[in-house]
Structure formats: structure tokens, C-alpha cells
Design a protein around this ligand. Structure first.
Ligand code: C2O
Ligand code: CU
Ligand code: CU
Length: 527
């Protein structure tokens, strides 16, 4: 193996090669590849893995439905959760749980979600992966002020402008809603695994870490006709790392624990990593599975951690993770993988056939990018018996018409750079109201992302197709419609997209939430 060393953003020179007594790489791939972030070590004792049954977030019932529209109500509220056995964790929640309730929508039917903010700080709701009119997209200064009346426009300005990472809001008119805001989602888009999360300028990392994230699934007729696993064999898995204080509360390295100044302390500027891996809010859970096919909708909702997922043991012949979908819904045909790399905000829809294992096998989901406690994610305990499986993964899943890059009207370049001064796109820190691009609706465009470091780059409004990595062919996981693409250090990634339907201002940003909060974000305005 070639010995590699590299300079991390933290400045330390890393070498490779050593193994711990337990056989884990001393400096994991994670460090070797210059992956972002620093582990914030928990002070609470870590629980033994594979004791907690996997929770599945409840599906939210609509408050009302009409011929065209389903309306939901969510209250953003404090809640005390038992995440670590015997300890209480104060969380910021959608409706009292972490993850928040899952919303299930139908393509072509309008969904309206009314959010009420009973937290102590302003909030913003973004539907990640939604093809959403700008007014409902969760622009980072389109705030819902807390219902307790503690915030006015002046307080909001102070909280965003203060501190080393504060933004220049001088000429920006904010859009403030008192206590509640109504988000309207037309869902003129195909079936996909979406998620909703907080997006408040300067405070997204803190708010998501505290618990503001949930699934929003879209179904359509095409997907429903496929013989894929459904019901309790179609499971969304929100993977997120956290760290815990001695009393069980979430630990986060905020500059200001009162949250009137954005940003984290210097050592964590490159991303906050926890040492506890939660799946659907439970630490290293275990799930009892039949010897049948399961559809798992994997979401990495971590602030900064990337994972390389692999089953252990692998079934005979490997290729256990049969990918059927990506961020933007079904692939054209399934693609089998031994490992899946998943960066913050990415989704992979996979089918695992547990009948490939002998009865009673305990199958761990590993994270090959992790070390020690973060090297494993959850476990599947396989029951005995050979139930009949009437599901299959068809060779043809959907059609993904390729966007033709030779028809692109414009190619735009976006350079993502980190330095001690903060994180920038094209040399500028985020400033609300300043658009870095003005795409014309309906026009095909190539967007070229380059970077000096690791950045999961995310685009609002429309999904894209990855065209190339470093001018070479795309990776095995880059197929289909995506809205987030992971850039590795010194990489250039080209994507092709067409912005459609909605004129207005949207976001392009790094989805490492600490990078995002420290200004690696840009507006673009469609017209
Ligand atoms: Cu998931 Cu603009 O974010
Ligand atoms: Cu988004
Ligand atoms: Cu980044």
C-alpha cells in the first residue's frame, strides 16, 4: 500500500498504516482521505450497541384533506427524550420526537404544512429535495419567530450579524413570520425520499444537531406498480451522529451557548462529529428481520460525518446493497454495491435480500470510515424460517432521460474553498440577497464544482445528473437524479440540470452544516 500523508485543514500531518489491537485502522480512511470534522467526545457513558430496537418515525396524519390538498400541522417544541438509556436529552423537535414525524405525500397532490414555532429561537423549514416555489423553500432569512414573543426584527439582526461568522445583512430585507408559517408543496415531482430540516442562517448546524430533522416521502403510481418491498419492509433510516454531555443533553461546540452568536469554536470549524451513531434517533439499534427483501431508505442527516456503509458479514457473492434509488427517486435500473459512501444529506434507496443469509445470522451495518464507536451503525438480526417472498427487484425500474450536456446554454463555475477565515464559494462568504447566478428557467446548464477540500454540494429547486468527476467517468453511486454530490479534495465535478417552473431565489451550498453556517452558501435566482 502506498503510504500517503496529507495536511488536514486543522494543520496536522497524518500518516497511515497502523492498526489498533482490535484491528481497526488507527487512522481510519476517514482521516487519510482528509475528511472533514473533529470528534466531540461524549461525557456520558456510551451504551452497549445493538440493545435498542430500531424505532420507525410515526407517519403524520393530515389535519384536513380536500380533493387536491392535504394539510398538516407541526409544532416545533422542546421535548425530553430518552436516547441514552436512563438519561434525558432535551431536544428541539418537530412535534415532540426525533426524528420528526414522517410526512407521506402523493406526487401531483398539494401538501400544505403549517409550522408553529414554540422553541426559544427563530426557525426556518426547508424541504430538502423538494421542487418547491421560492416562497416555501425555506430561504435562510425567511424566519418563523418564536411564539413566546422574545424576538423582533432588531434581535434577529443582532443574532445574525454578531460574532466572527456573522453575515453582512445591511441591505437585506428579511421575511419574518410571527409564530407560524405555512409552507405549500405542489409535489409536481416523482417519487423520492426527501427530508425536512431547519435552515436558519448561521444556526442550521446547531438546530439540526438539536433535533430538527424528519423524513418526507413522495410516492407515485409508477413506483407503486413495482413489486418492491412495501409496508413494514420499506423503512426510512436516518443516520446521524451526536455527542452527549454527562447529564444526557446534546453537546455541541457553540461559540455562544445562548445562541445569539452564530458559529462553533475554532477546533470544530471544519465540522462537528459525534461519537454516538443514531439511527432514527436510537444509538446503534437492532432490527429483527425476516428472511425476505427489505427496502431501506438511507439518509445521512449528520452535520459533517460521511460514512462508508457495508454489511458484515456480507452474503455469499457480495453485492448486498442493491441500489434502486438516489436523492431524486428511482434509478433506471438497479445497481448492486458492496459498499456505499454517503455524505451529509445524501439518500440511497437500497433493497437488501436477507434470505441470502442463514437463519439466525446477525448482520452488522458497518461504517468503514469510522473508528471505534463510530465504526458500526446498527444490526439486523435475521429470524429463522423461510417465508415466501413475493417481491422482486425488476431490471427496469424507471426511466431517467439523460440531460444532453451538448445542449447546455451556459457553463458556470463554483469554487468551494476553506481557509482559517471561513468557507467561501467563488471567494465570497454568503451574503443574503446577492445572487451568484441567474439561470433562465427551462434552459439546460452545466454547473462545475471545484474544491480544495471535502464538501457535499447541494442544490435547491431541481435535481441534477452528475456528468463527470475530474473529467472522467462518474462513480458507481453517481447515477440517477441527485441533489447533493460529494466533492473530494481537489476534485472537479460537473453536473447538468435544468431549472424549471419557479422563478425566485434559491440556495447552492455545502451541506457540511458547519461549513454552511460559516458562509459556504450562495443565492442563485431563477428567472
Ligand atoms: Cu438540506 Cu439547503 O439544505
Ligand atoms: Cu435542499
Ligand atoms: Cu464544505
Amino acid at each position: 500500500m502506498r503510504r500517503r500523508t496529507l495536511l488536514t485543514a486543522g494543520g496536522a500531518l497524518l500518516g497511515t498504516g497502523a492498526l489498533t489491537a482490535a484491528g481497526w485502522p488507527l487512522l481510519s480512511d476517514y482521516a487519510r482521505e482528509g475528511r472533514p470534522g473533529k470528534v466531540l467526545t461524549s461525557k456520558a457513558p456510551l451504551p452497549a450497541p445493538f440493545r435498542t430496537p430500531l424505532p420507525v418515525p410515526r407517519v403524520l396524519r393530515p389535519t384536513s384533506t380536500s380533493a387536491t390538498t392535504d394539510t398538516y400541522d407541526i409544532t416545533q417544541q422542546h421535548a425530553e427524550l430518552e436516547i441514552l438509556p436512563g438519561l434525558r436529552t432535551k431536544a428541539w423537535t418537530y412535534g415532540g420526537t426525533f426524528p420528526g414525524p414522517t410526512i407521506v405525500s402523493r406526487s401531483g397532490r398539494r401538501t400544505v404544512v403549517r409550522h408553529r414555532n414554540e422553541l426559544d429561537h427563530p426557525s426556518v423549514v426547508h424541504l430538502h429535495g423538494g421542487h418547491t416555489p421560492a416562497a416555501s423553500d425555506g430561504y435562510p432569512t425567511s424566519l418563523i419567530l418564536p411564539a413566546n414573543g422574545t424576538y423582533d426584527a432588531q434581535r434577529v439582526h443582532q443574532d445574525m450579524n454578531s460574532g466572527p461568522h456573522g453575515a453582512s445583512m445591511a441591505h437585506h430585507a428579511m421575511d419574518l413570520a410571527e409564530a407560524t408559517r405555512t409552507y405549500t408543496y405542489p409535489f409536481d415531482q416523482r417519487a423520492a425520499t426527501l427530508w425536512y430540516h431547519d435552515h436558519r442562517m448561521g444556526y442550521t448546524g446547531a438546530a439540526v444537531w438539536m433535533g430538527l430533522a424528519g423524513f418526507h416521502l413522495v410516492h407515485d403510481d409508477e413506483e407503486q406498480r413495482l413489486p418492491l418491498p412495501q409496508g413494514d419492509r420499506d423503512i426510512p433510516l436516518m443516520i446521524a451522529d451526536r455527542s452527549f454531555a454527562a447529564d444526557g443533553s446534546f453537546q455541541y461546540p457553540w461559540l455562544d451557548p445562548q445562541l445569539h452568536t452564530p458559529g462553533v469554536t475554532d477546533p470544530y470549524m471544519n465540522g462537528v462529529l459525534g461519537d454516538v451513531i443514531l439511527v432514527n434517533g436510537a444509538p446503534w439499534p437492532v432490527h429483527q428481520t425476516q428472511r425476505l427483501r427489505y427496502r431501506l431508505r438511507l439518509l445521512n442527516a449528520s452535520n459533517a460525518r460521511t460514512y462508508r456503509l457495508q454489511l458484515d458479514p456480507q452474503p455469499p457473492g457480495g453485492n448486498a446493497l442493491v441500489q434502486i434509488g438516489s436523492d431524486g427517486g428511482l434509478l433506471d435500473s438497479p445497481r448492486a454495491h458492496d459498499t456505499l459512501d454517503i455524505a451529509p444529506a445524501e439518500r440511497y434507496d437500497v433493497v437488501i435480500d436477507f434470505s441470502r443469509y442463514r437463519p439466525g445470522t446477525r448482520v452488522r451495518l458497518l461504517n468503514l470510515h469510522g473508528d471505534g464507536s463510530t465504526a458500526q451503525v446498527m444490526r439486523f438480526d435475521i429470524a429463522s424460517g423461510s417465508p415466501r417472498d413475493d417481491t422482486t427487484v425488476p431490471d427496469r425500474l424507471s426511466t431517467v432521460p439523460p440531460l444532453d450536456p451538448t445542449r447546455a446554454a451556459v457553463t458556470r463555475d463554483f469554487h468551494f474553498t476553506g481557509s482559517d477565515a471561513g468557507w467561501t464559494i467563488n471567494g465570497t462568504a454568503y451574503q443574503p440577497g446577492r445572487a451568484l447566478a441567474r439561470p433562465t428557467l427551462g434552459q439546460t446548464e452545466i454547473w462545475r464544482f471545484t474544491t480544495n477540500f471535502h464538501h457535499p454540494v447541494h442544490l435547491h429547486l431541481n435535481h441534477f445528473q452528475v456528468l463527470s468527476r475530474n473529467n472522467r467517468e462518474i462513480g458507481p453511486q453517481d447515477h440517477g437524479w441527485k441533489d447533493t454530490v460529494d466533492l473530494r479534495p481537489a476534485e472537479a465535478v460537473e453536473v447538468v440540470t435544468r431549472f424549471t417552473d419557479y422563478a425566485g431565489t434559491y440556495m447552492l451550498h455545502c451541506h457540511n452544516l458547519e461549513h454552511e453556517d460559516m458562509a459556504m452558501m450562495a443565492d442563485y435566482t431563477t428567472q
